[in-house]
Design a protein around this ligand. Structure first.
Ligand SMILES: Cc1cc2nc3c(=O)[nH]c(=O)nc-3n(C[C@H](O)[C@H](O)[C@H](O)COP(=O)(O)OP(=O)(O)OC[C@H]3O[C@@H](n4cnc5c(N)ncnc54)[C@H](O)[C@@H]3O)c2cc1C
Length: 480
C-alpha cells in the first residue's frame, strides 16, 4: 500500500484493513494479455470490450480505445499510468459514460471505473467511497444510517468520480453549491504513477485542480464525502406559471426567503408549439414536523389550480428522475444522440437572455426535451475551478435537447447551434457548465477558466507532465 493511501485510512475515513487491501476479492494475479504491465486486474484488448466504451451517452463522438483496464486496486491504475507514459498512450477514466461529447473517450487506454465502486464504513459525518460508485449506491448505503450527501445530482446513475470531475449540481445546489464543494479528501493517481492523498490541508494544489478540473490532473480513486442527516420525507411542489417573468420572480422570492430546501424549474414544450413554465420546490421534513403548505406557498403567483403537490420519502424523491428515464426508454428516446447544452447565466440578465434563447429554440428540443432554468446563490460554491458568472445569484440554464431528428446532419446542426448559443451566453456574461455537446478549443478553455487558468495549467504540468490524461476535452493538445 502506498504511504499516501495509508494516510487516508489512518485519518479514520472508514475502510477496514481487509476492505482496503482487497483481501475479500477474487482477482486474477495478472493481466489477461501479453501486452501490458502486470496487473492484479484485467487489461482487455477484446474488440467487444473496447467497442462498449467507444462512445458515451451523447452518441455524437466515437473513439475506440486500444485497451480497457478494469482496475481492482488503485495500484493497477498507477501501474497503467507508468506503462502508458513509457509508450506515450493517452489515458481516460470512464465513470458511467454519461458525458455527451466524448469527454471520457480516448484512442489510448480507458480505465473503466464501474466496478471500482466499494463503499467504506459510514461515519456520522463522512464516508469514503471508491470513485466508480454511483450516487445511488452511495445514497442507499448512507440512508441505512439515516445520512445523505448534502448535494445529489437529479440523476443518481452518475459516478462519484465523474461528477466531482465536473462539479455536480442537484436540487439543493441553489443553497449548497456543488458535490465538488462537499468533498473532504481525495485519493488521486497522477500520470507519473503515484497515488496521492489530497485535501484542503494536504497537497491542496492537487485537491483544487481535481475538483471540477475535468480529469486533467489525475484519476480520482477514492473520495471522502461529507454527510449530513437525511430528512425522512419531502413535500414537493410543482407550480405552473403564465410566463418566464412570473416564474423568475417567484424563483427569486423563494431563493431569498430560503423557504425551499430544493429549488429548480424548467420551461417545457406544451405540445402545441408553446411552453409551460414550471417551478420545482421541495421542503424536507421529519414526521414530527409536517410542513405547513399555506406558509410554504404564501405570496406566490402561480396558477394554484394546476399545482401538483406530492409527498414522498427522501429516497423516493431522490430517485424521481428514474420515472423520466423510464419514459424516455419506453419511447426509444434514451439511447439516441443527445446534443445537450448546460450553462449558467448572470442573475442580473438571466430572464432576458433566457427569453431570447427560448424564443429561438424550437423543434430541436423535441417533445421530451426541456430547458431547465433556476437560480442559485453563488456563496456556497467554493471549489476554485467551478466557473460561474461573478454575481451573488446565477441561473442554471440547460438546453436539454432530446431531438426528433437524429440523422447526422441534424445532430451536426444542433451541435453548431450549441456553439452559437454558448457564444451568445458568454457575451452576456454567462459561463459554460462543461458537460455540453460542442467542441471547445484550448483557447476557449483558457477563456472559460479565466483567472483560474494558471491553477489548472500549473497543476497539469506538475501532475501530468507526459500530457496523457483525459484528452476528450481538448484542453492540452500535444504540441506539434
Ligand atoms: C441523464 C443524465 C442526467 C444528468 N444529470 C446531471 C445532474 O443532475 N447534475 C449534474 O451536475 N450533471 C448531470 N449530468 C451530467 C453528468 O454529471 C456529467 O456528464 C458527468 O460527467 C457524468 O458522470 P459519469 O460518471 O457518467 O462520467 P463520465 O461521462 O464517465 O466521465 C465524465 C468525465 O469525467 C472523467 N472522469 C470520470 N471518472 C473519473 C475519475 N474517477 N477521476 C477523474 N476523472 C474522471 C472522464 O474522463 C470524463 O472526462 C447528467 C447527464 C446525463 C446523461
Amino acid at each position: 500500500m502506498s504511504p499516501d493511501r495509508r494516510t487516508l485510512l489512518r485519518a479514520g475515513f472508514g475502510f477496514t484493513a481487509a476492505f482496503a487491501s482487497g483481501a475479500h476479492m477474487n482477482i486474477p494475479a495478472q493481466a489477461n494479455s501479453n501486452e501490458g504491465p502486470q496487473f492484479r486486474s484485467a487489461l482487455s484488448h477484446d474488440e467487444a470490450v473496447r467497442a462498449a466504451v467507444a462512445d458515451d451517452f451523447g452518441r455524437i463522438i466515437r473513439k475506440q480505445p486500444r485497451a480497457v483496464l478494469e482496475p481492482a486496486e488503485s495500484d493497477d491504475i498507477a501501474s497503467l499510468m507508468r506503462w502508458a507514459a513509457e509508450r506515450g498512450l493517452k489515458v481516460a477514466a470512464r465513470g458511467q459514460g454519461h458525458s455527451t461529447y466524448g469527454r471520457s473517450l480516448t484512442d489510448g487506454v480507458v480505465v473503466d471505473m464501474r466496478e471500482f465502486n466499494r463503499i467504506g464504513e459510514i461515519e456520522t459525518d463522512r464516508v469514503v467511497v471508491e470513485a466508480g460508485a454511483t450516487w445511488q449506491s452511495v445514497l442507499d448505503a448512507t440512508l441505512a444510517r439515516g445520512l445523505t450527501p448534502p448535494v445529489l445530482t437529479n440523476y443518481l446513475g452518475l459516478s462519484v468520480g465523474g461528477t466531482i470531475a465536473i462539479g455536480g449540481i442537484g436540487g439543493t445546489s441553489s443553497r449548497c453549491g456543488m458535490q465538488a464543494d462537499h468533498v473532504l479528501e481525495l485519493s488521486v493517481v497522477t500520470s507519473d504513477g503515484r497515488e496521492l492523498t489530497c485535501s484542503a490541508a494536504e497537497n491542496s494544489d492537487l485537491f483544487d485542480a481535481v475538483r471540477a478540473g475535468l480529469g486533467q490532473c489525475g484519476i480520482i480513486t477514492r473520495a471522502s464525502l461529507r454527510l449530513v442527516r437525511a430528512p425522512e420525507r419531502v413535500r414537493r411542489y410543482q407550480l405552473f406559471y403564465r410566463g418566464l417573468a412570473s416564474l423568475t420572480a417567484d424563483q427569486r422570492r423563494m431563493l431569498a426567503a430560503r423557504r425551499f430546501d430544493q429549488l429548480q424549474g424548467a420551461v417545457l414544450p406544451d405540445g402545441n408549439g408553446g411552453w409551460r413554465y414550471q417551478l420545482d420546490g421541495a421542503t424536507f421534513y421529519n414526521r414530527d414536523a409536517t410542513p405547513d403548505e399555506s406558509t410554504a406557498l404564501a405570496g406566490l403567483s402561480d396558477d394554484r389550480s394546476k399545482a401538483v403537490i406530492t409527498d414522498l420519502t427522501y429516497r423516493e424523491d431522490a430517485l424521481a428522475f428514474a420515472k423520466f428515464e423510464n419514459l424516455l426508454r419506453s419511447k426509444g428516446q434514451w439511447s439516441i444522440p443527445q446534443p445537450w447544452l448546460f450553462t449558467f447565466l448572470r442573475g442580473s440578465n438571466a430572464e432576458q437572455v433566457a427569453r431570447e434563447i427560448i424564443e429561438l429554440s424550437n423543434a430541436d428540443i423535441g417533445p421530451f426535451g426541456r430547458i431547465t432554468y433556476y437560480p442559485m446563490q453563488t456563496d456556497a460554491f467554493r471549489a476554485p475551478l467551478i466557473q460561474l458568472p461573478g454575481e451573488s445569484i446565477v441561473f442554471s440554464f440547460n438546453v436539454v435537447r432530446i431531438p426528433s431528428d437524429t440523422d447526422a446532419a441534424s445532430i451536426a446542426r444542433m451541435v453548431a447551434a450549441n456553439r452559437a448559443l454558448h457564444d451568445r451566453i458568454r457575451k452576456a456574461g454567462g459561463v459554460l457548465y462543461p458537460v455540453s455537446a460542442f467542441p471547445m478549443s484550448p483557447d476557449d478553455w483558457r477563456e472559460h477558466f479565466g483567472p483560474r487558468w494558471p491553477l489548472l495549467r500549473d497543476a497539469r504540468r506538475r501532475y501530468d507532465p507526459h500530457n496523457l490524461l483525459t484528452p476528450g476535452y481538448n484542453l492540452f493538445p500535444d504540441q506539434a
